[in-house]
Design a protein around this ligand. Structure first.
Ligand SMILES: [Ca+2]
Length: 349
């Protein structure tokens, strides 16, 4: 394949795109030898139009009105191995995360993982054409992952592995794309997603748990912070992005976490709001589980109340339960804010 003169096409205002295989560029057609040429408008098959160059120049006369398109793609002497009318995208033939095989699909959900996978491998294949290594892109959370030295391309198969950085808690996605070498550059794209969390914590929203509360402090109506898995507060701010707070009223306050299915639970960990280097830990609480339409306490604060602490873990005899509830009696909040229940995270195991 080689570049050619397109004066006529330019005069007619047609946009001509020439797909060239770089390795073949050097092989200019011999003077006046017939060359294989192909022409295509989007959505139509290639039309073979063999032409004889004159004085080494091929001149195309393209009429956009006849083609009913303002885009024309031309090919000159494409390699005979190229399947020109290939319209199928490459496929993900196999993938694995940390050596464990994944079921290929356009969206692969790895679910809740403690730290996320460290290594992903992909094996792409195309039924008709070779794959284009230059088109390969693998991005995590919108940032390119470095092209690994492991990339192996052999014709219609391309295998590659990428190392993933350590990730923050929360949802993440790896997006990949690769095209074949056909003139159409048929593209495969897909996603592998996961949530980096502690899978032993059944209270996580990422595990399907739902939160309900008795009331909300103004501007703390979002309950997401209660079970988003994030609890490492710096002490500098304590907004509704990282904590939830009840109304500050002299009555009981509570937050309940309902699991998608009954779970065996024997401890509940509460991370309290922490601001200006003070933990707003409640002094009196109960951990409750549902019983006969009401709630039964499985843990109660000792008579003297709880000490101040950023995190507390309450243990009790293992119970198979659909929900747990953190309940605070009237005035049982922290020393400074006794009528407030203010937390960063609830975990249940
Ligand atoms: Ca949280």
């Amino acid at each position: 394949m080689s570049f050619l003169t397109l004066r006529a096409a330019i005069l007619l205002g047609a946009l001509a795109l020439i797909s060239a295989v770089r390795a073949a560029q050097a092989a200019r057609p011999a003077k006046d030898a017939p060359v294989r040429t192909y022409l295509r408008v989007p959505g139509k098959p290639w039309i073979k139009t063999d032409m004889a160059p004159q004085n080494g120049v091929l001149t195309f006369h393209i009429d956009p009105r006849k083609l009913r398109s303002d885009k024309v793609m031309l090919l000159v002497n494409p390699p005979s191995s190229l399947d020109l009318n290939d319209s199928r995208s490459p496929e993900l033939a196999a993938a694995s995360a940390d050596g464990k095989a994944l079921k290929p699909g356009s969206i692969i959900d790895l679910g809740v993982m403690r730290g996320g996978p460290r290594k992903l491998t992909f094996r792409f294949r195309d039924v008709a054409n070779a794959l284009d290594p230059a088109s390969l892109s693998i991005r995590m959370d919108g940032r390119s992952l470095p092209r690994d030295r492991s990339l192996k391309a052999s014709g219609k198969i391309l295998a590659v592995s990428v190392s993933l950085p350590r990730v923050e808690w929360g949802p993440h996605r790896v997006e990949y794309r690769i095209a074949d070498m056909s003139p159409q550059a048929n593209l495969l794209h897909g996603t592998i997603r996961f949530s980096a969390q502690d899978p032993s914590n059944k209270a996580l929203a990422a595990q399907g748990a739902k939160v309900t509360v008795d009331s909300c402090f103004p501007n703390y109506e979002s309950l997401a912070a209660v079970n988003d898995g994030f609890s490492r507060l710096s002490g500098e701010s304590c907004g509704s992005d990282v904590t939830w707070a009840s109304a500050e009223t002299p009555e009981e306050h509570w937050v309940a976490v309902t699991f998608p299915a009954p779970q065996r639970i024997r401890k509940v960990t509460v991370t309290w709001a922490y601001h200006t280097h003070q933990a707003h830990s409640s002094r009196r609480i109960e951990i409750q589980i549902p019983k006969e339409g009401g709630w039964q306490s499985v843990y109660r604060s000792p008579g003297g109340g709880e000490g101040e602490s950023r995190t507390m873990t309450f243990t009790f005899p293992e119970a198979t339960t659909r929900a747990i509830r953190l309940w605070q009696p009237a005035g049982g909040g922290s020393k400074d804010r006794p009528n407030l229940l203010w937390i960063a995270e609830i975990e249940a195991r």
